[in-house]
Design a binder for this molecule. Structure first.
Ligand code: GCU
Length: 489
């Protein structure tokens, strides 16, 4: 049975009403200086995509790989053909050709160069100034997760939209911490698909659904360590579609106008939302904000890695099946290709400039590659996970392994341990002895089988306050085994 934790409702409501006043305003309440802002532009994804191509003066793009194995453009899954561009940019060579020899040179010279490349060409630039976010705790509930009592707070992050009241952004976050905690607890935050999205893909990728998880859920495993867990819904920060780019946080800062070529895309915006959740954690006494992990799967695996790269406050990351646009090397030809990510269904994740690399430029023209995104997290620990090629080949598990290896020199320069090998490991072999970690599980497109290994890895870095909770699978949700299936694209 759940009981509401008593809250100081009245004063809370009064303070909030005051703080949120500007957010509530309709068009009629616009402050003077915003009254002349033009109305929001609404373009379809196809129109906006064409607009970007026109700005880039690009007339056609290479089409991506086809998920259908019978198509003439079927994705390549033959390792012999997977490395058309074997030479990667050196993360420790400056643009002027000089070698980076010290940590100081990494932090002051080379790292900013890599960030600039990712900002301009790949994910787009987050604005220097972004609107303030006021976090509201909308409910606090004492409940059971399996046999562990937790306190669950539902939160809404109201983004100040006084500069453009037509666009409202309210970020959804939930935080659960052990009810019997002895002090502030570490928290693992998952960037998560919405329930509607999960319901929609349940048939296509059944292994991704919670019902397919055997044993304790990831949240229950985290609780078993005495830590808390949080779930952020990135689509409440920025919609996961091209026709949403003049809405959400990107639309709000652009006052409803379409993006410039180096403006941020959804992945960078989702990472911005994760940073705003971190701002909240820093204010919550139940949370140890120095020990926050970020996790995500698939497109949110990409977002988790971007979050980790851009916000040094995150202590550790579990990056699951992130593939193209995440930890997989763009220079590989295995599974998903740049042409897919640059297409109308996914281009909104990226900066407009990214489209160039699907024609006329090639992946080999990129000034960077995914190993350098991983390296931006150094010296903090990162776990890169994938499923088996049979079932999760689209994300190129080996391409992510190679990127993790190639991030190694930066970790070593900063006095940390790399992956410890350059040999692709047998499936299910955990490589977790250094700060860079990798494991390919034998399931399909799911983060679930790697959670225990990630948590073993994380336990070397994240220390709880000593709460011990015995955790079993939630008896309310019987779990069934679902065989891995081929996928996707
Ligand atoms: C598609 C897409 C991937 C993405 C995945 C997901 O398969 O091509 O890049 O990671 O969706 O997020 O589920």
């Amino acid at each position: 049975m759940s009981t509401r934790v008593s809250m100081c409702w009245f004063s809370g409501v009064v303070v909030l009403a005051f703080l949120l006043q500007p957010v509530r305003g309709g068009a009629g309440d616009r402050p003077q200086d915003t009254q002349n802002a033009p109305p929001a532009v609404h373009l379809t994804a196809e129109q906006d995509h064409q607009r970007i191509m026109d700005l880039l003066r690009v007339t056609s793009l290479r089409r991506g790989a086809d998920g259908d194995g019978k198509s003439p453009q079927a994705a390549n899954y033959d390792e012999a053909k997977a490395n058309p561009y074997p030479k990667l940019p050196d993360p420790l060579t400056l643009k002027n050709g000089k070698e980076v020899k010290s940590a100081k040179e990494w932090w002051e010279l080379r790292r900013p160069e890599i960030v600039e490349d990712f900002d301009r060409e790949i994910y787009g630039r987050a604005p220097r100034e972004t609107p303030k976010v006021v976090w509201e705790v909308t409910s606090t509930l004492r409940e059971m997760n399996g046999d562990a009592p937790v306190v669950t707070k539902k939160l809404v992050g109201h983004v100040d939209n006084s500069a453009y009241p037509e666009i409202k952004v309210n970020i959804q976050l939930t935080l659960s911490t052990p009810a019997n905690q002895l002090g502030p607890v570490p928290v693992v935050m998952e960037l998560s698909f919405s329930q509607e999205f999960m319901a929609a893909i349940a048939k296509r990728i059944p292994e991704m659904t919670a019902a397919a998880t055997k044993g304790p859920t990831w949240q229950q495993q985290v609780l078993g360590k005495g830590w808390g867990y949080a779930v952020l819904i990135p689509t409440t920060v920025q919609a996961d579609k091209g026709d949403g780019l003049t809405e959400g946080i990107i639309g709000l800062v652009n006052k409803g106008q379409p993006r410039k070529l180096d403006d941020w895309g959804a992945l960078r915006a989702w990472a911005w939302g994760a940073s705003r959740a971190m701002d909240y954690f820093e204010t919550d006494k139940a949370v140890d904000a120095h020990q926050i992990g970020v996790a995500g799967h698939s497109r949110y695996g990409k977002a988790a890695l971007v979050t980790m790269a851009y916000d040094p406050r995150f202590a550790i990351a579990y990056v699951s099946s992130s593939g193209a646009g995440g930890a997989a090397l763009y220079r590989r030809n295995f599974g998903e290709q740049i042409g897919n990510v640059a297409g109308t269904g996914e281009y909104h994740w990226m900066a407009g400039n990214f489209l160039k690399y699907a024609g006329p430029l090639t992946p080999d023209d990129l000034p960077m590659d995914a190993h350098e995104l991983i390296a931006l997290s150094a010296p903090r620990p990162v776990f890169i996970g994938a499923g088996a090629t049979q079932g999760d080949g689209w994300v190129d598990g080996r391409g992510m392994f190679l990127a993790t290896v190639a991030a190694g020199p930066v970790y070593r320069l900063l006095g940390k341990k790399d992956l410890g090998t350059t040999e692709f490991p047998a499936i299910e072999t955990p490589l977790i002895d250094g700060e860079l970690a990798y494991r390919q599980h034998s399931g399909g497109h799911t983060p679930a089988p790697n959670w225990p290994t990630f948590l073993t890895f994380a336990s070397r870095y994240i220390k709880g306050p000593g709460v011990s909770v015995s955790v079993t699978a939630n008896p309310a949700k019987p779990r069934t085994e679902v065989p891995a299936t081929g996928r996707h694209g």
